[in-house]
Design a binder for this molecule. Sequence first.
Ligand code: SAH
Ligand code: SF4
Length: 393
Amino acid sequence: MKTNLLNYDAQGMTELFAQMGEKSFRARQVLRWVHHYGAQRFDQMTDLAKSLRIKLENEYDLPLPEIALDHTSIDGTRKWLIDVGQGNAIETVYIPESNRGTLCVSSQAGCAVNCRFCSTGHQGFNRNLTTAEIINQLWWANHALGGNQQDKKLITNVVMMGMGEPLLNYSQLLPALKIMLDDNAYGLSRRRVTVSTSGVVPMMDRLKDDCPVALAVSLHAPNDALRDELVPLNKKYPLRELMAACQRYLTKAPRDFITFEYVMLNGVNDSIKQAQELVKLVQDVPCKFNLIPFNPFPASGLTVSSRKQVHAFGEVLLEAGIVTTIRKTRGDDIDAACGQLAGQVKDRTSRDARMQEQPLVFTPYAKPEAADKKTSVVSFEQMQQQLAQLAKP
Ligand code: SAH
Ligand code: SF4
C-alpha cells in the first residue's frame, strides 16, 4: 500500500526524504507543489528529477477527499460533506465575507465529549481524523474555490470548529496546523488559525508550547455546577483550572485575548444573573465573547434564547468592557448547523459609539460573488433532508 504524503508537515517530509537519500530542499519543493500549487500528481512537479518523480509515484500517493455533497447556500456559504469511510462523514464549511474567507474544519468523525447541546456529541465518537484528512479539507476547499489559480487568497482564516474536539486528536492536529502556517504550503498567519476547544487543559498547554495559534474556548456556563451538565469534560477540568490554563496560554498566544464561545440556551444559561457571574469568572482573563444562538435539534430537548435575551445578556458583558459579538444565525443558512462565526465585532471601548449605536450587530453574510455552476443553491430544509438521507445506514 502506498504512503499518503498528505500526512507530512515540513519536518516529517524532510525526515522521509532523508530516508530516501534526498536533500531537505526537495521535501520543501514537494510540500510547495502539493499545498501551494495544489498538484494532484507527481508528474506535475516539473522541477524534480524524473527518477525522483517515478520513485514518489511508486511509493506515495496524494488521495483526494470523497465529496459526498457540495452545496452553496443563498448567502454564499459553501459546505462540503466528506465521506471518510465506514459510514462516517465530516463537514467542511467555507464562509466568504467581504474582507476575509473562513474555512471551518473538522478534526474528528463524531465527538466523545458529548456536550448536551451538540448534535455531533449526540452521535458519539467514531474516530480521529488523520493529519491527511484534516489538511485535505483545506486542500480541497482551496482547489474547489479555484484558490490556486488566483492571486487573491480566498481562504484567509481557518477555524477548527467543525466536527470533533481538536485537542483530543492532538498528534494528528499538530502537523496539520504546521502545514497551514508553513510558507511553502498555505502560509496562514497564526492569528488567523483558531483552535476551538471545550477545555482540554493539558493539551492547551501543549499547544501553547508546540504551535501557539489563536484559541477559542467553549465556555457555555458561568459556574461548575451548570458546566458539568452542559460540557461533561468540565468534571475533569473544572473552571478554575480552565481559567488558569487560559492565562498560561496568553503568555505565548499570537493574540492578546482568548475568545470565549457561549451557546445561548433558553432558560438554562442566559439570565442576567448568569451574565454577571460570567463577568466575575473571566475577570482575570483578557477575552472576547462570542454568543452563539443555539441551533436546535430535536433530541436535545433545549431551545434557543430569544433575540431580546441574547442582546440583554450581551449588554451585561459589554457594560463590563468585554468585546462581545453575536454569531449570526438564520434558519435558511446551511452553516447554521455548524454554528459558524459571522458576527461583527463591536468594540465597546469607545463610549461615544456605544451611546449612538445599537448594542450588538447582526451582519449578513457576503452575497455569493460568482456561484460555481457545478454546485446547486439549496434551502436549509433541502440540505437537511439530503443530509438525513445520507445518514441512513
Ligand atoms: N469541539 C470544539 C470545536 C467544535 S464545536 C468545541 O467544542 O469548542 C464549535 C462550536 O460550536 C463550539 O463552541 C460549540 O459549543 C458550538 N456548538 C455545538 N453545538 C451547537 C449548537 N447546536 N448550536 C450552536 N452552537 C453549537
Ligand atoms: Fe464535541 Fe465540541 Fe460538540 Fe462538545 S461542542 S460535543 S466538544 S464537538
